[in-house]
Design a protein around this ligand. Structure first.
Ligand code: ADP
Length: 495
């Protein structure tokens, strides 16, 4: 896709309700090319009225959708997977322009998304209840969908996030109202064109807009029976409170500050350093999963640090669509400022800057905030090692004592992911067992195999996505007991 004109975008987008984009007659916001700042579309800034219309559409669609055979839901999810696959290059290019990530990455996002639609197409038909005999009858435990699910997603990996939310919810027989992020709505809105051709009206509805407006209206709506959110821990708390107010279940996938641990017995230092760089820089560092605390054993510290600094300095920083780019711009100037502020905090608290730390100008991308890959030698208690930065900034922490390192690796409020590199299986297993993280990747960071549960410990979230268990998160468990006859009077029998 060479130009924005080739992306097939509309000039304006309304809310997507009942399989149709609604006319835009209220306030709108701009979708900007994140590198050049050029306006690429205007999007309806939905509020309570649009959210209400979407929830009503989803509620109306729910009885028929829940009554469909799982095989039918499965077949439609497979159709969606095929449609996204056929349109993958265009959709990935839209994300690259919208959020500033290179095409290689947004293409991978779409492959993940497609695999999610396929995974839950399969899971839908194997999501079984259970039953067992009871005296004089039988007990059946059924899984039943909640109804309308309100889902809110962030901007960093929009295609993955939309798939993570939509696929399991509708596979389980729910209907959906989803709010994309105000920084990255376009690929989800374009996904609607496929949805409209495949699903009955009202099964999947999209309400773009801001968190405090469309998002808050969705979480407060009395017609929403289940909330699911991915984003910051701060907003996760707000969503959680909204769920508590109405006593509806809430699943949350929140922030992270994941440890990535190098043991002294690694065989190929270059390979390990390359993987640790990938763990830091993937998504331009804007991933809740990023391995941003690199614990390096004293025995290999200098060798690792030398290669790490040289490797980071080799990274080509450039425009998202330039073919040789490895690291592109952050999603917005505000995000860039936030990351630069953290770099300042790191310096002020005494962390040693090993490389990077500065903004980089890229020709023709004046709006884009590009930051050189940044490595600090840090202590685990420093703010740059404790707080989620969401940018290309790595804190390297030297360790010697295994127990102390584990304590520090676990010594953050988050517990989303962890990585470790070792050639000793027992060490790998024992360490994995002691790490407080929802995913532990041994010898390959970001090893996200479809079907492996994905969720956080501690303040990183509640619930598991990406796996069969997710269908349980989107369903009630109901027990139905059957007796073959009504028992003879026994409670207050006639004398
Ligand atoms: P990030 O830190 O990744 O930008 P946020 O947690 O700020 O993530 O936002 C994630 C999603 O939550 C976005 O879709 C945003 O619009 C939404 N959001 C933000 N504030 C609220 C709120 N008060 N109520 C509901 N949704 C919100």
């Amino acid at each position: 896709m060479s130009s924005i004109q080739d992306l097939g975008l509309s000039e304006t987008y309304g809310a997507f309700i009942d399989n149709a984009f609604q006319p835009v007659d209220g306030p709108t916001f701009a979708a900007l090319h994140s590198g050049t700042g050029e306006q690429i579309a205007r999007i309806a800034r939905c509020g309570a009225a649009e959210v209400d219309a979407a929830v009503q559409a989803a509620a109306k669609a729910f009885p028929a959708w829940r009554a469909t055979a799982p095989e039918e839901r499965s077949a439609l999810l497979l159709k969606l997977a095929a449609a996204v696959e056929a349109d993958q290059q265009r959709l990935a290019s839209i994300d690259s322009v919208d959020i500033g990530r290179r095409l290689f990455e947004t293409g991978l996002d779409h492959q993940f998304a497609i695999s999610q639609y396929r995974y839950f197409a399969a899971a839908a038909i194997t999501h079984e209840g259970f039953g067992r005999p009871i005296p004089g009858g039988y007990m059946v435990a059924r899984r039943e969908p909640y109804g309308v699910c309100g889902q809110i997603i962030p901007w960093n990996v929009p295609a993955i996030m939309a798939a993570f939310k939509i696929a399991p919810a509708i596979a389980a027989g729910n209907t959906v109202v989803l709010k994309p992020d105000e920084n990255a709505s376009l690929s989800t809105l374009e996904l609607c064109r496929h949805i409209a051709k495949i699903f009955p009206p009202g099964v999947i509805n999209i309400v773009p807009g801001f968190g405090e407006e469309a998002g808050a209206a969705l979480t407060a709506h009395p017609g929403v029976a289940k909330l699911a959110f991915t984003g910051s821990s701060e907003v996760g708390r707000i969503i959680s409170r909204a769920g508590a107010e109405r006593l509806v279940p809430v699943s949350l996938e929140l922030g992270g500050k994941s440890p990535n641990i190098i043991f002294p017995d690694i065989e190929d230092i270059d390979a390990v350093v390359d993987n640790a760089m990938f763990a830091t820089l993937y998504c331009n560092g804007q991933s809740c999963l990023a391995g941003t605390r690199l614990f390096v054993h004293d025995a290999v510290y200098d060798a690792v640090m030398d290669r790490l600094v040289a490797g980071m300095e080799r990274v080509k920083v450039g425009a998202a669509l330039a073919p040789d780019t490895v690291l592109s711009n952050l999603v917005s100037p505000e995000q860039g400022e936030r990351v630069m502020n953290y770099i300042g905090i790191g310096k002020a608290e005494g962390a040693r800057l090993m490389t990077g730390g500065q903004r980089i100008a890229v020709e023709g991308q004046a709006h884009g905030h590009f930051i050189a890959p940044t490595v600090f030698e840090a202590d685990n208690h420093m703010r740059i090692a404790q707080e989620e930065i969401f940018g290309p900034v790595l804190s390297v922490i030297r360790w010697k004592d295994h127990d102390r390192m584990i304590e520090e690796a676990n010594g953050v409020r988050y517990g989303l992911a962890a990585g470790l590199y070792t050639s000793n299986l027992r060490n790998a297993w024992d360490t994995a067992e002691r790490l407080q993280a929802g995913s532990v990747w041994i010898n390959h960071y970001f090893n996200l195999a479809s079907g492996s549960p994905f969720g956080g410990f501690k303040e990183s979230g509640i619930g598991s996505e990406y796996c069969h268990e997710t269908l349980n998160m989107y369903t009630h468990l109901k027990a139905v007991t059957i007796q073959t006859r009504v028992a003879a009077p026994w409670f207050a029998p006639k004398a």
